[in-house]
Design a protein around this ligand. Structure first.
Ligand code: SF4
Length: 456
């Protein structure tokens, strides 16, 4: 069996499963957020009764992150609905934007978009927060009401996005009926060259198979090249499995995975036992691709979809009005460090927005020093508009006052993960997806630029 099949078989209580089998699996964690949480709660109450209790309050994780730092009252209300539900159910893992369980949050005009507007429990973007807060474990099943839930496949976990109806059912029963996906195999070999990042790997892969090339399939990444990737890199790759239509993305378990997961579970006092899955000799794949990492170059997914692949060096004729770094995919500490390495001592030529994925990343950037300055100060000096309000921000547009939202037609280069028309706001804007290094180089020149031009 493949890694995915092994996890699903175990979760179904079966010795073996095959692609195409329909099986009932037990969920280990159900995650929801402010966009889909209220809808999920509505389905749960409608189907199980208004006094129903969730199947296991320790397995429901609620992370407001999408439409948070906005004056839009309907968005604010969504977070209030989550808070009321958590109180009613006694759910311990709720990463509220405020500390007062009886309070409500309102946008503070004085602090504005840049200064911190959250309390001590707020965790930022759900997919980055889940591992940081100790909720991702090898061999487990994670369902989330968000398509990029597949990011947790970096931890040798079956993680996939589900809709509100399915999530309402999981909330009541802890189970879900799933068809076992076929598995596509991506063997990574070699090492990335300077200026090339994990984002380039996944943009290359999606360019090979198309933005629907993995529809309802598992994407398994392994090989020596996969082992050489950091945990952050694996998260970037697994995150974008859905951009090829994948059901999930998954990596092997190794010492790096163990070190990360063990540390985070201990730090947060979450469940620390787990059972990883290993590769079998009889794995059956529907597709095989070897990706030679040392041959990859900085890559861009052009408007209007993540599979529209070109090399950055071929696109220097594309003028830009905006650069954006952030999101679960591109807003991690390591992403900002690569971004800062290119920008250090230089000035951006276009509007450039920086949105760390989580408060912990804000803290990392504000405390990491390169010489006399923190990385945060280096970025601000370079002209980047850095916000302390970690979250999804303009990755998916959001209310019109969302930080970095594209409100007029323009070209934007972005370290995010999706670029269908309207994704970051205006329907006529064009979004070009790239690595943080390519976004930084392009911000310096005002046109799409290969970052190797700025790396000595
Ligand atoms: S940062 Fe973007 S892709 Fe990630 S969860 Fe938020 S909206 Fe979705």
């Amino acid at each position: 069996m493949t890694l995915t099949e092994k996890i699903l078989a175990r979760a179904a209580g079966k010795a073996r499963v095959e692609a195409g089998d329909n099986i009932w699996v037990n969920a280990d964690v159900l995650m929801t957020h402010d966009v889909c949480g209220p809808g999920t709660i509505g389905v749960f109450k409608r189907e199980f009764g208004k006094n129903a209790k969730v199947w296991d309050r320790n397995k429901v994780v609620i992370i407001p992150d999408h439409y948070i730092f906005t004056a839009d009252s309907k968005s604010n209300r969504n977070v209030d609905i989550l808070r009321e539900f958590v109180k009613e159910q006694g759910i311990p893992y709720f990463y509220d934007v405020i500390d007062d369980p009886e309070g409500t949050w309102k946008f503070d005009e004085v602090r504005g978009n840049l200064q911190r507007q959250y309390g001590s429990r707020y965790a930022g973007v759900c997919h980055t927060a889940l591992p940081q807060k100790g909720h991702t474990r090898p061999g487990e099943i994670l369902f989330g009401t968000d398509s990029h839930t597949c990011m947790a496949g970096a931890f040798n976990q079956f993680a996939t996005g589900i809709g509100n109806t399915d999530a309402g059912f999981v909330m009541g029963t802890g189970k879900l009926l799933l068809k076992v996906p076929e598995t596509m195999h991506f063997r990574l070999e070699g090492k990335m060259q300077p200026g090339v990042m994990a984002k380039d790997i996944i943009l290359h892969v999606i360019g090979e198979i198309g933005f629907d090339g993995a529809t309802y399939r598992a994407m398994q990444f392994d090989g020596a090249g996969a082992s050489s990737l950091s945990i952050d890199d694996r998260m970037t790759v697994a995150n974008m499995a859905i951009e090829a239509g994948g059901k999930n993305g998954i990596f092997e378990f190794d010492a790096q995975t163990a070190a990360f997961v063990d540390y985070r579970c201990k730090l947060n006092g979450t469940k620390s036992t787990y059972q990883p899955v290993e590769r079998d000799r009889d794995e059956k794949f529907v597709y095989d691709l070897v990706v030679e990492l040392d041959k990859l170059e900085p890559t861009v997914a052009c408007h209007p979809d993540p599979g529209n692949r070109k090399l950055a060096k071929e696109l220097s004729h594309i003028k830009l009005e905006r650069a954006y770094i952030g999101s679960c995919t591109g807003g991690k500490t390591s992403d900002f460090l690569e971004f800062a390495r290119v920008l250090r001592g230089r000035k951006v030529a276009i509007d450039t927005f920086g949105v760390p994925a989580t408060p912990e990343i804000v803290h990392d950037l504000q405390t990491a020093r390169w010489g006399e300055q923190t990385v945060w100060e280096i970025l601000v000096d370079a002209g980047v508009r850095m916000t302390e309000n970690a979250g999804c921000a303009a990755c998916l547009g959001g209310p019109v006052d969302t930080f970095g939202r594209i409100n007029t037609p323009m070209n934007c280069i972005s370290a995010t993960n999706r670029n269908f028309p309207g994704r970051m706001g205006h329907r006529e804007a064009k979004v070009f997806l790239a690595s943080p290094a390519t976004v930084a180089a392009s911000a310096l020149t005002g046109k799409i630029t290969d970052p190797r031009e700025f790396l000595s």
